[in-house]
Design a protein around this ligand. Structure first.
Ligand SMILES: [Ca+2]
Ligand SMILES: [Ca+2]
Length: 428
């Protein structure tokens, strides 16, 4: 059989159908449980490896004769066990002709069009009720990753999807009734903040039917923390004046001169991760990047990066101060501080019980004036993940002996970004 495509189901009729069908659907869904054990089990929170997931439930109704696919949020009192919004807003489902609007940190489902498909375009021996369904994100600062929509109950049975996506490894979902992969959906407002997939549901008869489904996604946020935020700080020390502080300087000098310690410089950047830790699960962070703007220089410039291990005295809020740090008292001195002009130590410890852990190095060729240098490493990421007090201190130095290059500090007056630590991780 063939039926015309319906670009948009009429809203009043949809609402009326919803009201009429919901009690019957819910009653019959319970009956259907016995014959469909896989689908009957209450969905449980998937145990993905990347932290909290958005899980939210919806109900759907199909009136094939009218070409209607109606999608609505599941009422809170009727959600399956384990289906929660993870502290996030409940799914906002619309089919009212006004897409692209919704509260922050929610998603919407929109039926773009429907059709009845037959033959090779259908479900093999049966016709298919086809719905083009858009999932749109209203998360302003987060990406939805590994996004799936799974049908968990279909009533009456016999209307399961015939074009399900494969079950991904490591995710507790089933393709028995319907599984649609929506991939990665960008943050709200961009061209990629939504995705559309076709749902092809078996249509052995044109009897009305309904289903329950859930939307699942890893909600991944990116948080950029400059040294200018909160208890952040940036400062450096100069070997020739080991008791002089340069915390207010708009430039942070780096230079290494083997054999001439007075010409060495030590640089310290502290980042206040308290807001980032509130936004994302730092322990499950997936990426960390340190970036800063530099003055220009010809040739290759190499920076050595170190992290002050969490919990050492220098890591405390009182560990070092922006206007008190000097070459001689910076945490992780190679010697015992004071007049010792050696560089950093990675073995315990200096006179204050501090030492540093190597995070790696980064080389850049011919950096232009005000260019941004970015550094990432597994050691940097693991060090961020180990933080427990919301404060991290990066120590750095120039790793080659080829003169001076500066970082632009948070006090720079050029309008350049302060040194920044950017962390990506699952949203709390
Ligand atoms: Ca500063
Ligand atoms: Ca710390």
């Amino acid at each position: 059989m063939r039926a015309p495509t319906h670009p948009q189901a009429p809203r009043p009729a949809s609402a009326a159908l919803l009201a009429r069908l919901r009690p019957a659907l819910l009653a019959s869904a319970i009956v259907a449980c016995g014959g469909s054990p896989t689908a009957a089990e209450a969905p449980e929170a998937p145990t993905g490896t990347s932290g909290p997931r958005l899980i939210t439930e919806f109900v759907g109704f199909v009136d094939a004769a009218r070409g209607m696919l109606v999608l609505r949020p599941q009422a809170a009192a009727q959600r399956s066990a384990g289906v929660i919004a993870q502290g996030l807003a409940e799914v906002n489902v619309v089919q009212d002709g006004v897409p692209s609007a919704g509260p922050d940190n929610s998603v919407e489902l929109v039926t773009e069009s429907t059709a009845i498909k037959t033959g090779a375009q259908g479900c093999g021996a049966f016709d298919a009720f086809s719905g083009m369904v858009t999932l749109r994100s209203f998360f302003p600062n987060s990406t939805l990753q590994n996004t799936y929509i799974e049908l968990t109950r279909v009533t009456p049975i016999g209307h399961e999807a015939c074009n399900s996506s494969p079950v991904p490894p490591g995710l507790e979902v089933s393709d028995a009734l319907g599984l649609f992969a929506y991939g990665t959906i960008a943050a709200k407002g961009g061209a990629s903040d939504h995705a559309t997939r076709e749902w092809k549901l078996l249509l052995p008869t044109t009897t009305n039917f309904g289903f329950i489904g859930r939307v699942m996604a890893d909600v991944v946020s990116t948080v950029a923390v400059p040294t200018a935020f909160g208890r952040g700080a940036d400062a450096y020390g100069q070997g020739s004046v080991p008791t002089t502080n340069f915390g207010a300087s708009p430039l942070i000098t780096t230079r290494s001169t083997p054999g001439n310690p007075p010409n060495n410089y030590k640089d310290y950047l502290r980042f206040d991760l308290s807001a980032a830790a509130a936004e994302i699960d730092l322990a499950s962070a997936s990426a960390a990047t340190l970036s800063f703007a530099v003055t220009g220089r010809n040739g290759t410039v190499t920076f050595d990066f170190y992290g002050l291990p969490d919990g050492l005295p220098g890591d405390a809020a009182s560990g070092w101060t922006e206007l008190g740090l000097t070459f001689g008292n910076g945490p992780g001195n190679a010697g015992k501080g004071g007049a010792d002009l050696s560089f950093f130590t990675t073995a315990p410890g200096d006179s204050n019980g501090n030492f540093l852990s190597s995070l790696g190095q980064q080389s850049v060729l011919n950096p232009a004036a005000n260019a941004t240098v970015s550094f990432s490493s597994a050691a940097l990421l693991n060090w961020i993940k180990s933080d427990t007090n919301g404060l991290v201190t990066v120590a750095l130095r120039r790793g080659d002996a080829a003169g001076i290059i500066h970082l632009h500090s948070k006090e720079n007056t050029l309008g350049l970004a302060a040194p920044t630590l950017t962390v990506v991780g699952p949203r709390r």
